[in-house]
Design a binder for this molecule. Structure first.
Ligand code: ZN
Length: 353
């Protein structure tokens, strides 16, 4: 049995631009209504550092320009309806300032995994506390259990592991096998333990297994694919959005400096001649691609003695009407095969223990 988990990074554009009502609340409302029709769960990774800033802005000015109240209402009602709310952090928001065009972030703190031990502890404990306070008004017993890092960067893992354990978090869901990033964040998840089976995460390196670890890694499902496997209409939409809302971080860190003809050729060669990590992204991949991946996962793990999670990732800012139609096909497919697939959340795997 495969348990399909829809995880959502609940946030505005990475560069701090955009209206939270339009990019978070409205699309998440539509997404939840769609999932509810099928009895599917949404695991919302609420980006606590930016939401805290939205609150501060409201407290300081008396103006709810970033729709903090609507965000709180949405998280309360989603959780009350059986969906999950978990912790996501973009540390660069902690010292961010609001500007006309959006939030000016501290790019030196973008990569959580690169912060000092003390700073990591403060960020994780502070954000967790903020999220739990926010939820407590409607759900006093609420606790955040699962973590996802900014840009999925948890390498090196040591400081993050210590901070998560110290504040009682139980799991991370940032790793995706074969994933690599070099620039603003730096990681190489090529040798991650599994593309989909959770494992007790080695505190020094979440990619590896350590049976004694109190933290579980739930990888985002990924496959090693040629670039042609990535083509979909919504991926083009994502590229267009990334182009329009580029990070303002230093060029040497984003690799965004002017490319010479030679380096463009090198990049193109790498793009075409190497395999890449294809993530099960329900906002970017087509229904056909996602169904094929689910079937491959079932082929490999369908007979496992216990249910196996299949974690998909998404972003509300990418949830347009084309994507909604694609998702509808995927949801119908899962519903038509109850002997192979079921909907669930991280809580199904963390219940005992
Ligand atoms: Zn994020």
């Amino acid at each position: 049995m495969i348990t399909v988990i829809f995880s959502l990074d609940y946030e505005i554009h990475g560069n701090g631009e955009g209206d939270p009502l339009e990019l978070m609340v409205a699309p998440t409302d539509r997404l939840i209504s769609q999932l509810n029709k099928f009895g599917a769960k949404l695991s919302i990774f609420a980006e606590a550092a930016e939401i805290a800033k939205f609150k501060t802005y409201k407290d300081d000015t008396g103006l709810d320009r970033f729709h903090y109240d609507k965000i709180v209402q949405q998280l309360h009602s989603a959780y009350g309806a059986g969906h999950e709310v978990e912790l996501h952090i973009h540390p660069s928001y902690d010292h961010a300032e609001s500007r006309q065009r959006g939030w000016m972030q501290d790019w030196s703190e973008y990569d959580l995994a690169a912060l000092s031990a003390q700073r990591t502890r403060d960020m994780i404990a502070g954000s967790k506390h903020f999220l739990e306070q926010l939820m407590a008004a409607a759900h006093p017993g609420y606790r955040a259990s699962v973590f996802r890092a900014c840009n999925l960067s948890v390498m090196p893992s040591g400081n993050i592991a210590d901070a998560l354990i110290a504040c009682g978090m139980r799991a991370d869901s940032s790793v995706f096998k074969y994933g690599q990033s070099h620039g603003l964040v730096n990681f190489d998840y090529t040798d991650a333990e599994s593309e989909t089976l959770p494992w007790p995460a080695d505190q020094k390196n979440f990619c590896h297994r350590d049976a004694t670890s109190p933290l579980t890694e739930f990888p985002i499902y990924a496959e090693h694919r040629w670039i042609t496997a990535f083509l979909s209409l919504n991926r083009l939409f994502r590229l267009y959005q990334s182009y329009r809302h580029q990070l303002a971080a230093p060029a040497h860190k984003t690799n965004g400096d002017r490319l010479s003809g030679q380096s463009i050729a090198a990049k193109l060669k790498q793009l075409l001649l190497q395999k890449h990590a294809w993530k099960a992204d329900f906002n970017q991949a087509s229904a056909r691609q996602l169904i094929a991946a689910l079937e491959r996962a079932h082929g490999k793990y369908g007979n496992h003695e216990t249910p196996v999670p299949f974690v998909l990732i998404g972003h509300p800012k990418l949830f347009n009407s084309h994507n909604q139609r694609q998702l509808e096909h995927l949801l119908h497919f899962i519903q038509r095969h109850p002997d192979k697939y079921r909907f669930g959340g991280y809580g199904d795997f963390l219940k005992n223990g």
